[in-house]
Design a protein around this ligand. Structure first.
Ligand SMILES: [Zn+2]
Length: 260
């Protein structure tokens, strides 16, 4: 749970702030049972119907061993996942006029500058994104389908609304205004964001969590949301499976009444 910005605070949908983070891994025995039976309810807002993912690998460490191979692996993950069963299962959340289908990855960039220090705020990430979108021709212009995935390089903590990566969260998605949709993935160099997974598996699992949430609830709390349990991925956090060769998280299905 996080504080929202002022305009969203005024929304009747999320007076307390919509959940949009991947929480830290907790051993099964410590995991809390859901407060009430999960059920996602549609709040009438926009969905992402044909997601166009643009990946951004920000920070100099992406160009240093042993991390240099990870961006290509994550791009392969998106190329596979965006036309896989994972996206098919989201179609139950299509609504009149907004049919959720497959997506694609439209590009990628690795940026060592501006340099990252030991910590970066969500506000700085938003400013970075806005500046690059307006000045860097490699970046696509935002559309209702565009989803910017920012992978922050190892060694940098992300702070957002008073919370920190590896302390309170392992990733999140949000919107700048309602125009720029983005997800932020800190590097999982802590046990709380690895769970029992290998580093790449933790990254793909957490990315799938945020991807499915961004598609079904791009402006947190305005799409498919459960007041007691949060977004589609929150209900099934840290339960994962293989989709092709990739580790992905289970997602809540209203139709099946379980995590699939
Ligand atoms: Zn979540």
């Amino acid at each position: 749970m996080n504080k929202e910005n002022q305009s969203r605070k005024a929304s009747r949908f999320s007076a307390e702030g919509a959940v949009r983070i991947v929480p830290l891994h907790k051993p099964e025995t410590q995991a809390l049972a859901p407060a009430s039976a999960p059920k996602l309810v549609y709040r009438g807002g926009a969905l992402i119907t044909s997601v166009e993912v643009f990946t951004i690998f920000w920070g100099g460490k992406w160009q240093q061993d042993p991390y240099t191979g990870i961006p290509a692996q994550l791009n392969q993950f998106f190329d596979f996942i965006l036309t896989s069963a994972l996206l098919d299962q989201l179609s139950e959340y299509s609504v009149t006029g907004q049919s959720i289908g497959h997506g694609k990855r439209t590009g990628t960039i690795t940026l060592g500058t501006p340099a990252l220090s030991a910590s970066v705020t969500d506000q700085a990430i938003q400013q970075f994104l806005q500046k690059e979108i307006s000045s860097n021709t490699v970046f696509p212009q935002p559309s209702p389908n565009t989803l910017y995935f920012v992978f922050v390089s190892p060694g940098t903590t992300v702070t957002q609304a008073g919370s920190s990566s590896c302390q309170q969260f392992c990733g999140y998605h949000d919107a700048i205004g309602s125009r720029i949709l983005y997800a932020v993935m800190p590097f999982p160099d802590c046990s709380g964001c690895l769970g029992s997974l290998a580093q790449l598996d933790a990254l793909t699992s957490t990315s799938s969590h945020e991807l499915c949430e961004a598609i079904t609830d791009p402006i947190p709390g305005h799409g498919w949301y459960d007041d007691a349990n949060g977004e589609i991925g929150d209900i099934c956090a840290w339960k994962s499976k293989k989709d092709g060769n990739f580790e992905v998280q289970l997602e809540w299905s209203n139709r099946a009444n379980k995590c699939l």
